[in-house]
Design a protein around this ligand. Structure first.
Ligand SMILES: *Cc1c(COP(=O)(O)O)cnc(C)c1O
Length: 447
């Protein structure tokens, strides 16, 4: 099928007759509207369907009557997770006790979990680690970058970055260790780098509101050309789309473990440090688990040669046990399959939103090209919080962010095209009621 503008068209080759969103000129008036049957076909007949349903079956099925679009907040639970935690409690804590450390490789888990993510993050397994929180890992990365680029002291970051990332940087500056330079968006990076005093550029790979994805390789090149290091927060891309850390020559990265990565509630975070930064510089937090020889109990610190130097203390064994269930799945996920399927789902969602939400003033805030966006699709609509609350009451879990962003977190391994169709019906149904903005909000509307 050709686009009416006769200039641009991208067809999904295996779905006869369906034009996918590709045309900026004709957006919104594209003469294709997906039906429920079309969505069923997409779920059933794609060449990837079999592989995807096998992966999907490794997660707990959703509760009846509820559709989850909250992979950007807490990803679905792998079937094996409860049993992994139970095993730590019974065999580990009750039976084996002290022997568990070696019997169950508890101390190796930060490395094992990190290595499982190597494929989807495009990184060497030995450059990854799972430990601590994203904020803590952000701190470690910024301090390491400042040490490696001393005497440069400037951290460049986006003004509207995820608040915790800004707070962490503010704390470092307040301790007298850095100076902050804010940019409105990545287009201002060149100017921010011009003085040649920047130690590190700290960017969100994907914006937590609009879902705009930055060009990681190009921005890293730009930072490097000015002698600065590049740090990316992958919280809204890791586990949703394929990432190429090594090929992009990124220096440092962090990712949230409990969002699309499905590590479990409050799961530890992912840390990536390129090998060239594991030389003479000590980690910001030096502890016994990061020592070159932990159980030698030496009087002074020597950093472990590998990523282990960034684990200051004992791993969170229970949390890691839950995460291990997801890690086993990620190890088996071909990154191109993940990416292709996420593109199909989010393209479908945009198509449905444009077909059914346009009448109600729904504007898509996310980029229309998959390569330019991350895990979720964001809408801009006055009354987003009321809409999220209404959808929640109808069993569709989405989230709102101030001032007027409504987010659909699309998990590539568990979301189906028919789920998207249903969610958009619920959205359109709510908005058909002229009084929908008067809905009262409750506590869960805020998170
Ligand atoms: C969720 C999220 C985090 C999480 O930080 P924690 O310290 O693990 O709570 C960090 N950065 C971004 C961009 C996030 O979306």
């Amino acid at each position: 099928m050709t686009c009416p503008c006769h200039r641009a068209v991208v067809c999904t080759p295996w779905v006869n007759g369906y034009s996918r969103l590709a045309c900026a000129t004709f957006l919104g008036t594209f003469p294709v509207s997906l039906t429920l049957q079309d969505c069923q076909t997409l779920d059933r007949d794609s060449p990837d369907a079999a592989a995807l349903s096998a992966l999907r079956e490794r997660f707990v099925p959703g509760t009846d009557g509820t559709l989850h679009f909250d992979g950007n907040s807490i990803g679905p639970m792998p079937l094996a997770a409860p049993q992994r935690v139970a095993q730590v409690m019974s065999e580990g804590w009750v039976t084996m006790r002290r022997r568990s450390w070696t019997q169950f490789d508890w101390l190796d888990q930060p490395h094992t979990l990190g290595a499982a993510l190597a494929g989807i993050l495009g990184a060497a397994p030995e450059d990854l680690l799972v430990a601590d929180t994203t904020s803590l890992n952000q701190y470690k990365c910024l301090r390491l970058a400042l040490a490696a680029r001393a005497p440069r002291r400037v951290i460049v970051l986006e003004r509207n970055v995820f608040p915790s990332n800004r707070y962490v940087a503010e704390g470092i500056a307040r301790a007298g260790l850095a100076q902050l330079r804010f940019i409105e968006d990545a287009s201002e990076l060149g100017a921010a780098l011009a003085l040649g005093d920047v130690a590190v550029v700290a960017l969100s790979h994907v914006d937590y509101r609009s879902s705009t994805r930055l060009d990681m390789a190009a921005l890293t090149r730009e930072a490097h050309a000015a002698g600065a290091l590049a740090l990316f927060d992958l919280s809204h891309s890791a586990g949703a789309v394929a990432i190429q850390l090594a090929a992009s020559e990124v220096d440092l990265a962090v990712a949230c473990g409990y969002k699309y990565l499905c590590g479990g509630p409050g799961a530890p975070s992912v840390l990536y440090v390129a090998s060239h930064l594991r030389g003479q510089w000590w980690p910001a937090i030096c502890g016994w688990m990061g020592h070159a020889d932990t159980f030698a109990f030496e009087p002074s610190y020597t950093p472990h040669p590998g990523m282990q130097r960034f684990t200051a203390g004992t791993p969170a064994v229970l949390a890691n046990a839950a995460f291990s269930a997801a890690a086993d799945i990620w190890r088996d996920v071909p990154p191109d399959l993940l990416d292709r399927h996420h593109a199909s789902l989010t393209d479908t969602l945009i198509e449905l939103l444009q077909a059914h939400g346009g009448d109600f003033g729904v504007a898509i805030a996310s980029p229309l090209t998959h390569a330019r966006r991350g895990g979720h699709i964001a809408l801009e609509i006055d009354g987003a919080a009321q809409l999220a609350a209404g959808m929640l009451d109808a069993g569709v879990v989405v989230s709102a962010r101030k001032p007027d962003t409504l987010r659909f977190g699309v998990h590539p391994l568990t979301t189906r095209h028919v789920d998207l169709w249903q969610a958009v019906q619920v959205l359109a149904g709510l908005m058909a009621d002229p009084g929908w903005r008067d809905r009262p909000l409750n506590a869960s509307s805020r998170i």
